[in-house]
Design a protein around this ligand. Sequence first.
Ligand SMILES: *Cc1c(COP(=O)(O)O)cnc(C)c1O
Length: 385
Amino acid sequence: MSEKERLGFETCAIHTGQQPERETGAVVTPVHLTSTYVHDAPGAHRGYEYTRSGNPTRTAFEECLASLERGSRGFAFASGTQASATLMQLLKVGDHVVCCDDMYGGTHRMFEQVYTRFGLSFSYADLTDPACFDEFVRDETAMVWLESPSNPLMKLVDITAIAERARARGVLVVVDNTFLSPYFQQPLALGADLVMHSTTKYIGGHSDLVGGAVVAKNEELAERVAFLSNATGGAQSPFDAYLCLRSLKTLAVRMQAHERSATAIARYLCSHPGVKRVYYPGLPEHPQFELAMRQSSGHGGTLSFEMDADLEEICRALSRFELFTLAESLGGVESLVEHPGLMTHASMPAELRESVGIGDGLVRMSVGLETLDDLIADIDQALAG
Ligand SMILES: *Cc1c(COP(=O)(O)O)cnc(C)c1O
């Protein structure tokens, strides 16, 4: 473990991988907009040859993120989906993946509509009970894909318990850590092998980029991901890597503020007569509150709730929001509201959606950093109709 990794989270976020630039002394890591690099003699380069394989701005972000996730190395990709696709390329024809059943809709679509055509197979299990993993695991199982909290039902999986079961069978454990970010949850320390992010969300944090990342626990896995990133070409552009690096510096304070407001809004919704149920792991009423307290140091800024109304009424309520923007995505400074059934999870087959509990009444919110009283007033007027 390097000296930097023993420093605090905020210190690493602001300094790791980000020494002042040697030539000019610039304190902020420059955006290295170049595709290629000079060789001092044929074959003698200075560490970089071509930006698909490596770029100093991207390296700075990758080193910083790896230190925050306490991993061996990080990799930045053009999108969260590209990060997931690259992890699928670790597998081979015939391999099987056990996934949590309530997962990001786009990941499900990629698994089912793309990677099944390449000879992979997937099972979707309610892994809130870790024993469920044993029911679904097969001899061909090579990977388990976890999201905790899950999207949009905020179900948790006990990462340590699943990782123990997986390790005993040589199964790789991947955790999509998009919802909590390394500020609140560090899956590698809980036993995962690989962490994946959509940096579009909290890591980017300002809704101005699309990006993804992978952090590998050890050098062996890091080498395989590095090879795939270069060989299949999904690495992030230097400019987007610069934006991600810039955003990491404020991740801690943003996550604290997102959580403070999300907790207050979750409590407010619990007492609202038009709301049947609130899904937020930070509420003592959450069925896995004890696990939430043990596994992560906070619960993030995203929550869902079930409205006591029919679809038409819900659509009208969603259109009445003024401050919350009706839009997909999450994790930015501005608050967003959306209907998973009609929006983010529309690509999931209706049957599967209903069976896992993503019904017509479900609404998801990404609580931003606006003044809390203004957000509550907006929810109040939108749900009043
Ligand atoms: C958004 C998201 C993704 C996909 O990331 P993109 O950056 O949109 O490609 C994957 N997982 C989760 C949990 C997400 O929220």
